[in-house]
Design a protein around this ligand. Sequence first.
Ligand SMILES: [Zn+2]
Length: 499
Amino acid sequence: MSSGQSSPDLRENFNPCIKVFLLKILAVFVLFCLPACAVNPVTGKTELMFVSEAEEIEMGRQAAPSLNWSYGGEFHDPELKAYLEGIVKKLWENSERPYLPLKFSVQNTSVPNAFALPGYVAITRGLLAELQNEAQFVAVMGHEVGHVMARHSAKRMTQLQLQQLGLIIGGVVLSESKQRDLILGIGAVSSSLLLLKYSREQELQSDRLGVRYMAALGYDPYEAMNAHEQLQVAVDNYLQRQGVKSQKGSLLEAILSTHPRHEIRLEEIRQMIKELPPYKITGDGKGRERFLRKTRRLREVNKAYFVYDKAVRLYEENRLDEAEKTLKKAISMNASQSPFYNLYGMIKLKLSRYDEAEGYFKKALNIDSRYQPAIYGQGLVFLNRKQYRQAIDEFKKSLKLYPSHPGSVFGTGKSYFKLKMHSKAIPYLRQFAFQSPRHPEVHGMLGISYEAVGNIRSAIREYELQVKVAPNTELGRYSKKRLEVLRRIQGQFYRSFRF
Ligand SMILES: [Zn+2]
C-alpha cells in the first residue's frame, strides 16, 4: 500500500471538503465566470482574475525582500534615491492605480535590469549607469509601472492558480494552507515570480503605457527608443565584461527573450508614439544635465564594481589568490562598499581562515549593519567553528532580512541537526529540500532527523532520496544501511498483523 511515489504528507492533509469546494469554484468559473472576473484598470475590459487587489498587494509585499536580496540588496546613495524616487512617484501618481503602495530602490548589481511588482519598483545600478538622461529613466520605469497597472503579474498568479486547480482535479490534493501559500506566491513561488515571462502582448501593452506616461509628464516619448538602445548596449557591455559572448539559457537570455526582436520593437514604439493624443514637452524633454549630475557618483562607483565582478568570477572558479589581488584593487578604488569586504570574507572562509573571515564580515557590517550576505557569512564562520547556537542566531538574523534565503535556511537546519535538536531541524531542512531537492546532504540529514523523532515512514522516504541523489557520500552510504534495517523492521511490523 505504501508506494514510494505518492507523498504521504499530501495524503495526510487530504480534506474531501476542499476538493468539493474547489470543484465548485471551477464549476462557477466555467459556467458563470462570476467571482473570478475583474475589470482591468488599464483596458477597462472584463477578464478572468482570481487574484484580488488586496492579494496582489500582499503578493508584492511577500516577494519584495527576496527580490531585493536576489538583486544585490539596495545601492546606498540617499541623494540619488530621493531624486529618482521623486520621478517614479510622479509616474505612479499619473497611472491607473495611484493608490497602490510604492517603494522604489536602486538594486546593487551590475546585471542591467529593471522590474516592478505591486508596491515595489526597482532599477539596477548596472542599467542606471548606462542610461543617458532622465527621459530614458522614465521610459524604463514607465514600462515597468505599466506591467503593474495592467495587472500582468496578477494575471500570472491567476495562471498559477488555474494550474493548481488542474492538479487538484488530477487527483493531487494539497492542504488548504499549502494551496494558499502557492496562490499567494509565498516561498518558492515568490522567487519564480522573478523569472516570470510576460507575453508579447503584455510587453507591447507596457510599452504603450510607458510612452503615454512619458508624454503626460512632459518627457520626449522618442527617448523610449533610445532607452531600448541603451538597454541593449548595457547588456552587451555586461556580457563582454563577464567574458561571455552568448549565454544560452542564462538569466540574461531570459530577460532578453521576453523582449521582441530589437528592430521590430523600435518600429512598434515609433508607431505607438505617433498614435499618442496631443502632448506638450517640457524644456528639451530629456533632462540630460540633471540626470548625469545626479548619477555621477553611481557611475564612478560602478567602475570599481567592474573590478569586483571580476574578483567574484575568480572566486567562483576557486582562483583565490587572483581573486584577492583583484579585490584589493577594487577596494583601492572605493573603500566604502560592503560587498567588497563580504567577498573578502568569503575568500577567507574558503581558505578555512575563520578569524580573518569574521574580521571582513564585521567590516562589511560596519558600513551597512543590515547587509544580509555578511550576516549569513558570520553564520557560516560559527558553523565552521562548530559554535552552532551562535550560528543559529546569525542565520535567523539573516532570515529576518531575506526570509527565503536558501543558505540561511539550510544553515539553521544543519546547526539544529548538529545539536541533535531534530524536531527543530526538520522544518528548516524540509524547506531547503524543497528549494534545492538535489542537494547532496539534505535528504540524509532529514532521514536521520525523522528517525530520531520516530517518523519511520518519512525517514525511509528521505533515505531513499539521499541514495538517489548522492549514493557515494558518507551520508549516502549511511542512508543505504539504514534503509535495509528500517525496511526489515517495517516488514516485520506488517507481517505481525497477518492472520
Ligand atoms: Zn517588460
